[in-house]
Design a protein around this ligand. Structure first.
Ligand code: ADP
Ligand code: MG
Length: 310
């Protein structure tokens, strides 16, 4: 297969295009019609084999991690996913890997409400970039800034720690585990939850790099210096992670592990989120932004989250 055959076979699908796609895959650029009263929300993310996923990985797992990363960013803004562009670099154009990749990619795109409007295809070490485009009512975007002293910190999503635990499976230090494997390879962005929080949250972020690190971004974006007081007993941790790693390590994995794709948001005291959520702490005024756990500094040997420069 050459580049053009591959694009035609896998990525040029005109059938289910929404009316707002004026020009889709196949021209020099896509043209989309603006929805009156809405703002456009855009994000781009990369997945590189050997960096964000193992060098050898299945097409379907690669597709889900790739798409979920971008869509989770839209969810954290409260946006409705609409369109996407895919820039794909493949070591070869054999169908063996691309077939399951494209199948899962399109299945999830439909499931998450996205229509593919363009991209780029090249040969090289396996990597991909996805640009996601969403919409929301003008002025309603959920921002990172906006948290206030007295707000409660809520976590929306499945109990934490499994995606981090799976890294230990990948490096061979613990046996494979189906639940952690699913957390790592099949993340599900919380699109409806993000939209529901638009009316309520003062700030919101998705946990892609580690809860502590991502919560720090919220604190740093606030107009006043805040400390988040977190409570160990309130943090939802996957039971099987506690079982295998013990309570202490499980807490570290839950609070600092990446790839969870849950939502972290702040709501004024007395306001209960309209979606299932756990209150994990509260914000208090301070001299400099920071995190505390059960009234003390975080353990000094913790990394707050994933550092992409490492
Ligand atoms: P150009 O050189 O003008 O960018 P290309 O040959 O790269 O055109 O791409 C032809 C068409 O196919 C364009 O509409 C482009 O957006 C689309 N396309 C290329 N690769 C992909 C892909 N992986 N997914 C979706 N659309 C793609
Ligand atoms: Mg091109």
């Amino acid at each position: 297969m050459n580049e053009f055959e591959l694009i035609r076979r896998y990525f040029r699908r005109h059938t289910d295009a929404p009316a707002s796609v004026v020009v889709g895959v196949g021209d020099d650029a896509a043209v989309i019609a603006h929805t009156p009263g809405c703002e456009t929300v855009v994000s781009v993310d990369s997945v590189i084999a050997g960096r964000h996923v193992p060098l050898i990985c299945s097409g379907e797992g690669f597709a889900q991690r790739l798409l979920a990363r971008g869509v989770s960013d839209l969810a954290a803004m409260g946006a409705t996913p609409r369109y996407l562009l895919l820039s794909l670099t493949l070591p070869n154009f054999d169908s063996g890997w691309v077939d399951p990749f494209a199948e899962r990619f399109h299945q999830l795109a439909v499931q998450w409400g996205l229509h593919l409007i363009g991209g780029d295809t090249t040969r090289g070490p396996l990597s991909a970039q996805v640009t996601v485009i969403g919409e929301l009512p003008a002025g309603s975007a959920l921002r990172r800034g906006g948290a206030r002293a007295g707000d409660v910190v809520w976590m929306v999503g499945e109990p934490l720690g499994g995606a981090r635990a799976y890294l230990d499976v990948l490096d061979g230090s613990v046996p494979d585990h189906p639940v952690w494997s699913a957390r790592y390879w099949h993340p599900n962005p919380l699109i409806a939850e993000g939209q529901a929080l638009r009316e309520q949250a003062t700030a919101c972020i998705d946990v892609s790099d580690g809860l502590c690190q991502d919560l720090m971004h919220v604190l740093e974006a606030a107009v006043e210096p805040l400390v988040a007081e977190l409570y160990t007993d309130a943090v939802p941790i996957a039971a099987d992670v506690i079982e295998v790693f013990g309570a202490e390590r499980a807490l570290e994995y839950a609070l600092t592990g990446g790839d969870e794709y849950c939502l972290l948001c702040t709501l004024p005291t007395g306001v209960t989120p309209s979606v299932p959520a756990e209150a994990i702490g509260e914000l208090v005024t301070a001299e400099t932004p920071g995190l505390r756990l059960d009234g003390e500094a975080l353990p000094s040997d913790w990394q707050l989250g994933w550092d992409h420069s490492r």
